[in-house]
Each structure stands twice: as structure tokens, then as C-alpha cells.
Design a protein around this ligand. Structure first.
Ligand SMILES: N[C@@H](CCC(=O)N[C@@H](CS)C(=O)NCC(=O)O)C(=O)O
Length: 206
């Protein structure tokens, strides 16, 4: 059976768990990281030298980096639409998945740490405003893209929706004044109708 090492409230673990559930895979998940610890132990570091979560163990195959794990699962166990059927669609899936990591994740991480993990009196308003402005600009790019399609690659949901979809839950559910981006919100609501998304992504933000 596929094993996923990582606590369920990690956005990076959520990508993998949501993806596996959509592909109908049975997964045994172990709580590692955060309050559970374990990711600094030699046996964990032997599988993932970064000491970060998640790590995937699929028989002899051990892998880290959540987006790469999503690609691996879709490639090995998926079919269209999760694993897009053409090189062009896979190219665009990679584009949006990498854009999430390089562009959207940094300001979203600042917002998350400020709003969820930092006591009110210790928050840094300048950092929060800068992150909110940056994240708002980036989500507006996706909002424009989604004005003419239901999902990131077109009519059907795919692996391209997974990293941004996990982050979109936090964008819409953390407490702050967010800009009105109706196409983005409609896409997020479409994802929210999926049982696997509700089970693995729509968890308390802690
Ligand atoms: N680029 C990595 C980032 C992994 C990462 O930073 N994971 C965080 C949780 S979201 C982590 O390991 N934090 C330490 C911990 O949970 O103890 C990936 O996408 O897998």
C-alpha cells in the first residue's frame, strides 16, 4: 500500500492526499512533522534528507517534493483528465503547478504564519499588507484565466488544479479582507463540491 508520511494540516501533504483520493488509491498516512515531530529522526532523514513533509513511499519507490509526488501519482496511477492527455496540456499543468510554488506560495505562507500562527499582538502589519497585495495580484492573474474556463486546463479538473486548489481554500477561508475575484471564487466553490477535496483539504487551518 502507498504510504504518505506527513501531518494532515500541511498544505503540501494535502496536495498528495487529495490527489491520491481522486485517483482512488488506498493510502496509509502517518503523522510526522509539526507537533508530531519525527522528521528530524535519522530513519526519516534517510528517506527525505530535507526533514520536510510529505514523503511518499510506494513499495521501493521513495520520493519527496509534493508537486513532484502529485505528478508521479498521476503518471503511474492516473489517466486523463487527472494526468493530462497531451504534452501541451502537461506543459500547461507544470506551468501552473510551478507558478504556485515559485510565486503564490511565498506570500500565502506569510499570510498563513501571520494570521494563523502568530498571536495578534505580535503580528507584523507591514509584512501582512505586502503579502496580501502580492497574493491578491497573483490570484487576480488566475481569476482572469478562469473567466473563460471551469478548471485550470479547461473543462475538466486535472493535476494542475491541485496545488493552487489547496492554497485557494486558505485564501478564501483565512480571516482578512480579500479582493473580489469572482471567477477564482467560483472555481474554488467547484472544487469544494468534490468529496476528496472536502475530506483532505477543507480541514481546520492550524
Ligand atoms: N517543497 C516542499 C516543501 C515541504 C515543506 O516545507 N513542508 C512543510 C509543511 S507544509 C514542513 O515540512 N514543515 C516542517 C514540519 O511540518 O515539521 C514540498 O512541496 O514538499
Amino acid at each position: 500500500m502507498i504510504k504518505v508520511l506527513g501531518r494532515p494540516n500541511s498544505v503540501n501533504v494535502q496536495k498528495v492526499m487529495w490527489c491520491a483520493a481522486e485517483l482512488g488509491l488506498e493510502v496509509e498516512r502517518t503523522d510526522i512533522g509539526g507537533a508530531f515531530g519525527g522528521n528530524d529522526q535519522p530513519e526519516y532523514l534517510a528517506q527525505n534528507p530535507n526533514g520536510r513533509i510529505p514523503t511518499l513511499v510506494d513499495g521501493d519507490h521513495v520520493q519527496w517534493e509534493s508537486n513532484a509526488i502529485v505528478r508521479y501519482l498521476c503518471d503511474r496511477y492516473g489517466s486523463a483528465p487527472w494526468q493530462p492527455g497531451t504534452a501541451q496540456l502537461r506543459g500547461h499543468a507544470g506551468q501552473w503547478m510551478d507558478w504556485y510554488v515559485t510565486s503564490v506560495h511565498p506570500p500565502m505562507t506569510t499570510l498563513f504564519w501571520q494570521l494563523v500562527r502568530t498571536p495578534v499582538g505580535e503580528r507584523d502589519p507591514l509584512a501582512m499588507t505586502a503579502a496580501l497585495n502580492e497574493a491578491g495580484k497573483l490570484w487576480a492573474i488566475l481569476d482572469r484565466h478562469l473567466q473563460s474556463r471551469n478548471y485550470i486546463l479547461g473543462d475538466e479538473v486535472s493535476m494542475a488544479d491541485i496545488p493552487l486548489g489547496c492554497s485557494a481554500y486558505r485564501w478564501h477561508c483565512m480571516e482578512f479582507d480579500r479582493p473580489d475575484l469572482p471567477a477564482l471564487k467560483a472555481w474554488w466553490q467547484r472544487l469544494s463540491g468534490r468529496p476528496a477535496y472536502r475530506e483532505h483539504v477543507m480541514l481546520p487551518i492550524t
